[in-house]
Design a protein around this ligand. Structure first.
Ligand code: NDP
Length: 528
């Protein structure tokens, strides 16, 4: 960290040696007998190494707070079992490509056994428990997550590549908050839906992605359990470890066996879960896989909610607080390396402030620190997988070929692991792939507009409709825009803010159904 400047009553002395800064009292007086002058102390340390530049010292979070097993089976009926498939795969740290653990690849049979365990737990008591008892389990889970948050945050960053300050300050607090929030609803469902009699729907199959592994698990499991359902959850292939550690939390909370089952594996495991004897599928992931699942589920009677991709417009008007907006732009696209479905990946800037915004943005990008996810000073961590890195590279290449101008701040990327520097494209036309397709990486495309009408038209010119941002000092303009933007979540003068009480979900190819808030209960209930 940069050292502090002179303190009050002191001043910098010219001619300090070797870069060391020395001070003396401003009145030039000698120190009282028996007391040291700051200069005396520094003279004694003159042989000590002195930092040459104003740079951050490494600030690594300790890894030893978490114990990773060599191998993890499937969590079925309250215990870890060997996969019947006999298949295993290795999960790695994307920041170093270091193997972390062996994880089971669940086959169709394994998924069937997990669904049977969930069915049994559903039929033998979980929904019949007094709702306040169900709430107690959820409260316990929330509190244990808080108590063990450091352990979970380190594991999330190790396995997923996201900066520790994000997993520590965003993912973990929000995951715990989700359990707290839905614990509160468990015994109030009849008040949530007046004059209707809510009932749980049964066994939910839940499939989650790799960008917020534990948080997506919380978004799925907390409302399902609060409503009296049981679940089988499949984490993403690349990020299974926090879901597997979560099984330990379930045991600690003494959750009845079979209420939550975790099956690991790749897309084949997800496909098997879709086909299995479940009553509902809740999916978060790509639009392509979402469409395939919708086709499979059609006509089966299974309920479905899809939270898919996005290509959000972050709209900057010329009357906004510019510096705040620049922070919002950076947070909107570089948070979690841009692996965020609601990322503000299309920046729409009013033409009159375009030059200023781009200049400030580039300056700010130069201060982003890319590197070790476990370093507390890191702003941008590792890309989650080789496949995702290849996809980002392909789309960036397409942007350059189509004629956009690319900028990346100078930064040194680690030699091992998967990395991509924060990137911004200017001179982007709406038809370019980088303005249409979800890149899911730290890559921003900047477009311009002149009038609010044009901003709305361009913002809505996308197959997606998950989120949007508006930056202006006029409340009336925020409301005018929000009425016209086809996006499920709209932030005003902020970006990427989440709260368990607030519903989240999309329009168009971003999916359907809402998670979070009272709305998030509905997909897990039937009404008499
Ligand atoms: P996927 O949609 O493939 O993955 C999401 C989840 O679905 C994972 O658990 C995955 O397993 C599983 N899955 C894969 N195939 C099937 C299937 N046929 N049936 C059921 N489940 C399946 O996303 P990717 O990881 O491939 O990412 C590709 C792109 O998707 C990204 O570049 C990004 O654009 C978008 N994406 C969007 C997300 C969002 O939050 N909206 C989240 C993640 C990705 P497995 O991990 O083993 O493949």
């Amino acid at each position: 960290m940069p050292s502090a400047g002179p303190r009050p009553g002191q001043r910098r002395r010219a001619g300090s040696h070797g870069g060391a800064v020395r001070y003396r009292r401003s009145d030039g007086a000698a120190a009282a007998p028996g007391r040291f002058l700051v200069t005396d102390i520094e003279r004694r340390q003159v042989s000590a190494p002195v930092p040459a530049g104003w740079d951050y010292a490494p600030a690594p979070e300790a890894r030893d707070v978490v114990t990773i097993e060599e191998r993890y089976g499937l969590f079925v009926g309250g215990e870890f079992v060997e996969p019947r498939s006999g298949d295993w795969y290795t999960t790695i740290s994307p920041a170093s490509e270091e193997p972390l653990a062996e994880v089971a690849q669940a086959g169709e049979d394994d998924v069937g056994v997990a669904v049977a365990a969930a069915r049994e737990a559903f039929e033998n008591g979980w929904p019949a428990l007094p709702p306040s008892e169900r709430a107690k389990y959820l409260f316990r889970i929330a509190r244990i997550l808080q108590e063990r948050s450091r352990e979970f945050a380190v594991l999330e960053s190790l396995n997923g590549g996201k900066p520790i300050k994000e997993s520590r300050d965003v993912d973990l607090p929000l995951a715990a908050a989700h359990f707290f929030y839905y614990a509160g609803w468990a015994d109030k469902l009849e008040y949530a839906f007046p004059n209707r009699r809510p009932r749980p729907i049964g066994v939910a199959g839940q499939i989650i992605p790799w960008n917020f592994p534990l948080l997506m698990l919380a978004w799925k499991i907390a409302p399902a359990l609060a409503c009296g359902n049981t679940v089988v959850l499949k984490p993403a292939e690349t990020t299974p470890l926090t879901a597997l550690l979560f099984c330990d939390v379930l045991r600690q909370a003494e959750l009845p066996p079979g209420v939550v089952n975790i099956v690991t594996g790749d897309g084949r495991t997800g496909a098997a879960l879709v086909e299995a004897d479940v009553d509902k599928i809740a999916f978060t992931g790509s639009t392509e896989v979402g469409k395939a699942i919708q086709r499979r589920v059609a006509g089966s009677g299974k309920r479905l909610t899809l939270e898919l991709g996005g290509k959000a417009a972050n709209v900057i008007f010329d009357d906004c607080a510019l510096d705040q907006a620049v922070e919002g732009i950076v947070n909107g696209i570089y948070f979690n390396q841009g692996h965020v479905c609601c990322a503000g990946s299309r920046l729409l800037v009013q033409e009159s402030i375009y030059e200023d915004v781009v200049a400030k943005l580039k300056r700010r990008m130069g201060t982003l620190r890319v590197g070790d996810p476990l370093d507390k000073n890191t702003d941008v961590g590792a890309i989650n997988s080789r496949a995702q890195l290849d996809r980002i590279r392909e789309l960036v290449r397409a942007g350059e070929e189509e004629g956009a101008e690319v900028y990346q701040p100078p930064c040194r990327l680690p030699e091992r692991g998967y990395w991509f520097a924060p990137t911004v494209f200017t001179n982007v036309a709406q038809s370019y792939r980088i303005a249409q397709e979800e890149i899911f990486g730290p890559v921003l495309s900047v477009l311009t507009f002149r009038t609010p009408d044009e901003a709305v038209e361009k913002a809505n010119n996308t197959p997606y409709g998950l989120s949007a941002g508006i930056w202006t000092e006029k409340g009336s303009r925020i409301l005018w825009m929000a009425e016209r933007l086809r996006a499920g979540v709209i932030w005003a003068n902020t970006y990427n803010r989440f709260d368990p009480a607030s519903p989240f979900g999309g329009y168009k190819e971003s999916g359907f159904g809402r998670e979070g808030g009272r709305h998030g209960l509905e997909p897990y209930l039937e009404f008499e």
